[in-house]
Design a protein around this ligand. Structure first.
Ligand code: HEM
Ligand SMILES: N[C@@H](CC(=O)c1ccccc1NC=O)C(=O)O
Length: 276
């Protein structure tokens, strides 16, 4: 029997003049961007793990920015879809730790020194995700001063209402109320506010009456749930690989990351649950 030839069934096989897979996906720059700093076998894993994470974060930002625009118009269905997708992206990032966990401390030590002072602490996309969700801290912007455009982007985000702020606008509108100004702090983390908690409580006490806000609240809780799991997986993997060593970024390492586990993005949505 002759070997199968897809061309005979009509598959296009010549791409000298047409856009092909490698062209459309810009695979040349992507697959040529694993610039190893050492000869350690596991550095490839380390770089690809981070590069793929950054690509997923790029998508998460794309979804979150558009979700915020729709939410500002009170257009809920696309927001639900996009927030679900972002939660799934975090699930994807969470599963990716299983691959990285195959690297032992001995293997990581082979190239850790070659990382210099670089660290995930300097991931501008991670910081943007935090800022867009509402966990804002100007001090975190300083590491980007040498990259004016990234620094500017983070600064601009800090001037916009966060996704949660926009959710609160919708919540206030539902009950024809106004939240105190401190519920809308632009350049700091969101601080829990009783009036907001009471309004979410009213939503959960009568879901049928406030179904869109109820669904929105659950999407936000879902997203934060997955984000928390990411932080937890990160700190556990870090402890497993470097123990309590200081981070390359200069923080205390695991101690710093444990502190970050305390971050609450949407505190009222968690605090109100004990009141129902
Ligand atoms: C061997 C694996 C890893 C180790 C040992 C590690 C270690 C650390 C340490 C010690 C910090 C604290 C900052 C510092 O002083 O350096 C940190 C922060 C961070 N890492 Fe990793 N990390 C690892 C993998 C990853 C991966 C795969 C990502 C995915 C992008 C990542 C993203 C981050 C981010 C975003 C921060 C900042 C967190 C924050 O400020 O809340 N890390 N990491
Ligand atoms: N902070 C890590 C190094 C590290 O994980 C890292 C280094 C360069 C680019 C991304 C990294 N990932 C997360 O921090 C360490 O202290 O070993």
């Amino acid at each position: 029997m002759a070997a199968y030839d897809p061309e005979r069934e009509g598959a296009k096989m010549s791409f000298a003049k047409d856009m092909s897979y490698i062209d459309y996906l810009s695979l040349d720059p992507i697959l040529g961007s694993q610039n190893l700093q050492s000869n350690a076998h596991d550095e490839m894993l380390f770089i690809i793990q981070h590069q793929t994470s950054e690509l997923w974060m790029r998508l998460a930002l794309h979804e979150l920015a558009t979700a915020r625009e729709h939410l500002a118009r009170g257009d809920f269905p696309p927001v639900f879809k996009m927030l679900t997708r972002v939660a799934r992206i975090f699930e994807q990032l969470n599963n990716a730790w299983d691959v990285l966990r195959t690297m032992t401390p001995s293997e990581y030590t082979e190239f850790r020194d070659d990382l210099g002072a670089s660290s995930g602490f300097q991931s501008h996309q991670y910081r943007l995700i935090e800022f867009i969700l509402g966990n804002r801290n100007r001090a975190m912007m300083k590491v980007h001063e040498h990259r004016a455009e990234l620094h500017h982007m983070l600064g601009q985000e800090m001037e916009r209402p966060s996704l949660y702020h926009i959710a609160l606008d919708n919540l206030a509108r539902e009950f024809d109320i106004t939240f105190p100004a401190n519920a809308y702090c632009l350049d700091g983390p969101h601080v829990a506010c009783t009036e907001v908690m009471d309004a979410w409580t009213r939503v959960y006490q009568n879901p049928k009456e406030h179904w869109s806000l109820y669904e929105l609240a659950e999407k936000l809780v879902d997203l934060e749930d997955y984000f928390r799991r990411w932080r937890f997986n990160h700190v556990t993997t870090v402890e497993r690989i470097i123990g309590f060593k200081r981070g390359t970024g200069g923080t205390s390492g695991v101690k710093y990351l444990r502190k970050m586990l305390e971050v609450e993005l949407f505190p009222e949505l968690w605090n109100m649950r004990g009141q129902l």
